[in-house]
Ligand binder design. Structure first.
Ligand code: PLP
Length: 340
């Protein structure tokens, strides 16, 4: 006989993953960021009965492909443009809001170029117009401060593996007054909000990773951003023909996204790999794709510029010595490839 675990069983983990000003009942564990995004978007349409979703061109495919699915069901999807640095204007959001808008979904930080969106301003506008606001915070959660109350967020997606937690577990924060219908039906776990046997080991790991991230958030943000800025400064100064993609200031502490004139990112990646350095050409989530990244295209970059991109990701474990070694390897690789 199986016995359902009381919801309080995961209370410690719920408290560990809490953002400032959140109650444990407002957290539902999911199978990851993708499920949380799907749930937020499909749930908002079912809850409100409205027919329009507003989002951006640079969202993760977990949001964009859900929007395509909803479009096939007759929902209108407005995909807003961002500027050349990847920033969305809150005024554009306000202009797009109509009485038939079910949800505004804007990612807190982009997974490729690290750009941080003006979430507080967008949240305030949505609340003013009585429209639900969802943010995909998979890249931001545990890396930058997020206060759902102050930012007026109704729904927020996060994923454990982006903060050194286990893969296959995430969460959806659902503001108490939002009666989001379930995406999954079955055994009635999570107070009937999300059926399916809970991933005990994953949730405990998520709780531990989140507690660590919360405890060291400020110091990690400062030290990682300092290393990032030093690395960017040195690359731009020491390797001719390089440029930075994305906003120089409003970006995740650990994100460096560079373009190298006349050098293919894919070839750079191979040479770095031979030196034991892991990088990414575009988004790590769709690295096998040969198409230019939809994020870089949305910034107005040409195919050539998109192809010349390389992303480096830093964490609290990254050292100055590793970055110096990476810079040397990059210089040699760029030299070798420019010569070909
Ligand atoms: N949203 C963003 C911004 C992401 O970067 C990712 C994954 O990298 C996801 C959603 C999907 O999350 P998960 O891999 O936990 O399903």
């Amino acid at each position: 006989m199986t016995r359902r675990l009381p919801r309080a069983f995961f209370r410690t983990e719920r408290i560990a993953v809490l953002f400032d000003s959140v109650a444990p009942e407002e957290i539902c564990f999911t199978g990851g960021g993708t499920e949380s995004d799907n749930w937020a978007l499909c749930g908002a349409i079912r809850l409100t009965g409205k027919r329009r979703i507003i989002t951006t061109r640079i969202e993760h495919h977990a949001v964009l492909h859900t929007c395509e699915y909803l479009e096939r069901q007759g929902i209108e999807v407005v995909r807003l443009d961002v500027d050349r640095d990847g920033i969305l204007s809150p005024e554009a959001v306000e202009r797009a809001i109509s009485p038939d808008t079910a949800l505004v979904s804007v990612m807190a930080a982009n997974n490729e170029i690290g750009t941080i969106q003006p979430i507080r301003e967008i949240g305030t506008l949505c609340r003013k117009h009585g429209v639900l606001f969802h943010t995909d915070a998979v890249q931001a959660y545990g890396h930058i401060p997020l206060d759902v109350e102050e930012m007026q967020i109704d729904l927020l997606s996060a994923s454990a593996h982006k903060l050194h937690g286990p893969k296959g577990v995430g969460l959806l924060y659902i503001r108490r007054c939002v009666d989001l219908p379930p995406l999954l039906f079955g055994g009635g776990q999570e107070d009937g909000k999300r059926s399916g046997t809970l991933n005990t080991a994953g949730i405990v790991g998520f709780g531990a990773a989140a507690a660590q991230a919360r405890e060291h958030l400020e110091e990690n943000m400062q030290s990682i951003a300092a290393l990032r800025d030093e690395m960017i400064r040195r690359v731009l100064a020491e390797i001719p023909g390089t440029s930075l993609t994305g906003d120089p200031v409003r970006r995740l502490p650990g994100n460096i996204h560079l373009r190298f004139e006349n050098v293919k990112g894919r070839e750079l990646l191979h040479l770095l790999d031979r030196c034991g350095i892991c990088a990414s050409t575009g988004s790590a989530c769709s690295a096998e794709s040969m198409e230019p990244s939809h994020v870089l295209s949305a910034l107005g970059l040409s195919r050539l510029e998109a192809d010349s991109s390389l992303r480096l990701t830093l964490s609290e474990e990254t050292t100055r010595e590793e970055l110096s070694r990476t810079l040397d390897a990059l210089k040699q690789a760029v030299d070798a490839l420019s010569w070909l």
